[in-house]
Write a protein that binds this ligand. Structure first.
Ligand code: NOJ
Length: 588
């Protein structure tokens, strides 16, 4: 069955039309880098507890906590060795209970990461699988295959190199000769076999366990990867994915088109049965539990399949994130997203940054067609910080004016740029080693946050020890440095989130208004949302009062006038549109 056939299956009526997550602003906390209360250089739960007031003042509806489970940390916690506990370095289950209580008390819901595609190789199941030997029930929980002729197929790991690890060198047993296991990511992250009932039972138990602990939702890692095509056929890309990305010839450009996660390892129709199973578990344990899919699938239509009524609630909108500073592409993504998600009764979501991509305050300084992911190193062209920040502020303001739900990544509210000059020795992302230093990886967006203007580690902890180095001048971005400044990025985020709630923009709809090329102008209820991606100022007349602007008020242009706004290049604003006609008049 193709995915399109699958889509045409009957849709159950939605029962979640008033759910809290439909217009939520959800803030991603990367616990390792948020705040470190015990000074060991690694952020922790108590560190987060120390900043609940800050989160409340930001006005967000929920936080999403990236993995905090016990883990050897080969992939920053996305290699889970125990799904029912916390890593010691982050704290205890009791600490987490206290954090959940604090956040709930502050009116903030809690979403956690669910990592179902793979475990750590240190998970007790995988250790017993290696010990048990070929053909055992223990090995059936993962994807072991035999081949006398090298790796069982040509799949490459997303982190570089083959996706197959030979078993014999690990066990030293001759009976394992010719046996391999599959790992779509690092070798220390063996893929689960989702045809195995133990795996299903494990994750049903996981969902119940965490909902009983007070969790309000789950972000599902690699949601499109759990089921692989029958027979594990070769794919079109082979194991050289990162050489393809790095190469500059025409063939490479064509091959790059295949890079979204397509092919037999991804987006198989069978994944949807798993989410139906999970939805029915969640329906039993609590109302409106959010499930959001991390699925890097090729189109918005593919992503919408994950949010049919009996599956997940939301899917990350990665086409919006990758649209870059390109008004036409942004408009296309918005239209298609609203149509595709709308067709299945789900809200669209919007996102510009997360822990896997170059922070948008740096990424948007590059041309839209230049792929900066994953990572920028000291030898790459460096971003123009001022341009990047201006665009980032504008892009965020524009995003927060859209209907649906928006995801923010810790530190973007401070305007944090990517750390693009990190020394190679400091890098921790497995991508760096597994690609033989071809790609810098994702460490540059994971740097510990600055909380104070000065001091060792800028208030992240009191010891100055940090798991990744912070760049110089990091404290200038801190909340302490921005507090009380009307023009700060932090003030912009706070005000935009508050206004968005007040004007119910998340529950609104998009009506496009006429605008010149490079400018996007939409009406969302009685609010106008305008973005200028051009390099020249744009005048908008007869629009009503400007509500909020993305640029610094020292360069306000005509913003003080009540009926005319001059948007500077790389600027965005919201307008209080007259109630009049449906279109409010043509501004241009
Ligand atoms: C997606 C996560 O966001 C990323 O950080 C991780 O490396 C992979 N999935 C593997 O779990």
């Amino acid at each position: 069955m193709t995915s399109t056939d699958y889509r045409s299956q009957s849709l159950a009526p939605r029962t979640d039309t008033d759910a809290w997550w439909r217009d939520a602003v959800i803030y991603q906390i990367y616990p390792r880098s948020f705040a470190d209360a015990n000074g060991d250089g690694i952020g922790d739960i108590q560190g987060i507890r120390g900043h609940v007031d800050y989160l409340a003042a930001l006005g967000i509806d929920a936080v999403w906590l990236s993995p905090f489970y016990p883990s050897p940390q080969v992939d920053a916690g996305y290699d889970v060795s125990d799904y029912f506990d916390l890593a010691l370095e982050y704290g205890s289950l009791e600490d987490l209970d206290a954090l959940i209580a604090d956040l709930h008390e502050a009116g903030i819901r809690v979403i956690i990461d669910l990592v179902p595609n793979h475990s750590s190789d240190q998970h007790e199941w995988f250790r017993s699988a290696l010990a048990a030997g070929p053909g055992s029930p223990e090995r059936d929980r993962y994807i072991f295959r035999h081949s006398d002729d090298g790796a069982p197929n040509n799949w490459g790991s997303l982190f570089g190199g083959s996706a197959w690890q030979p078993v014999e060198p690990l066990t030293g047993r001759s009976r394992d000769r010719g046996w391999y296991y599959l790992h779509l990511f690092a070798a220390e992250q063996p893929d689960f076999n989702w045809s195995n009932e133990d795996v299903h039972e494990h994750f049903r138990t996981f969902l119940r366990f965490w909902v009983e602990r007070g969790i309000d939702g789950f972000r599902v890692d690699v949601a499109h990867g759990l089921v692989k095509a029958e027979g594990l056929p070769d794919d079109d890309l082979g194991p050289d994915r990162w050489n393809v990305v790095a190469a500059e010839d025409e063939d490479a450009a064509a091959a790059r088109e295949k890079l979204p996660d397509v092919g037999p390892a991804f987006n198989q129709p069978g994944v949807h049965d798993i989410y139906r199973e999970w939805r029915s578990v969640l329906n039993e344990v609590g109302p409106d539990i959010l499930m959001v899919a991390e699925a890097w699938v090729p189109t918005e239509a593919d992503a919408a399949l994950y949010v049919r009524a009996d599956e997940m609630s939301q899917a990350f909108n990665f086409p919006f994130l990758t649209a870059g500073w390109d008004a036409a592409e942004l408009r296309r993504v918005i239209d298609v997203s609203l149509a595709e998600y709308g067709a299945v009764g789900a809200p669209a979501t919007w996102v510009l940054s997360n822990h896997d991509v170059v922070r948008h305050a740096s990424r948007l300084a590059y041309p839209a067609d230049l792929d900066t992911n994953p990572g920028i190193g000291p030898n790459d062209p460096q971003p123009d910080a001022e341009l990047g920040l201006a665009r980032a502020r504008a892009a965020t303001l524009f995003m927060l004016g859209l209907p649906g739900s928006a995801y923010l990544y810790q530190g973007e509210e401070l305007g944090l740029p990517e750390h693009t000059t990190m020394e190679d020795e400091a890098r921790q992302d497995p991508l760096w080693e597994r690609t033989n230093h071809l790609v810098p990886g994702r460490d540059g967006c994971r740097v510990p946050l600055p909380w104070t203007r000065d001091g060792v580690s800028y208030g992240y902890n009191t010891t100055g020890c940090t798991w990744l180095p912070q760049p110089e001048g990091w404290g200038d971005y801190s909340p302490e440095a921005q507090e009380g400044l009307e023009d700060s990025t932090l003030a912009l985020y706070r005000r935009a989130i508050a206004l968005r709630r007040e004007r119910r923009l998340g529950r609104g709809a998009v009506e496009w208004r006429a605008s010149e090329p490079g400018v996007l102008f939409l009406r969302n209820g009685v609010t106008g949302v305008v973005l200028n991606t051009t390099e020249h100022p744009v005048t908008i007349e007869d629009t009503g009062r400007p509500l909020i602007i993305s640029w610094h008020s020292a360069d306000r242009g005509g913003v003080d006038a009540t009926e005319t706004v001059v948007l500077p290049p790389n600027g965005a604003c919201w307008l209080d549109l007259p109630q009049g006609g449906p279109d409010g008049g043509d501004p241009c």
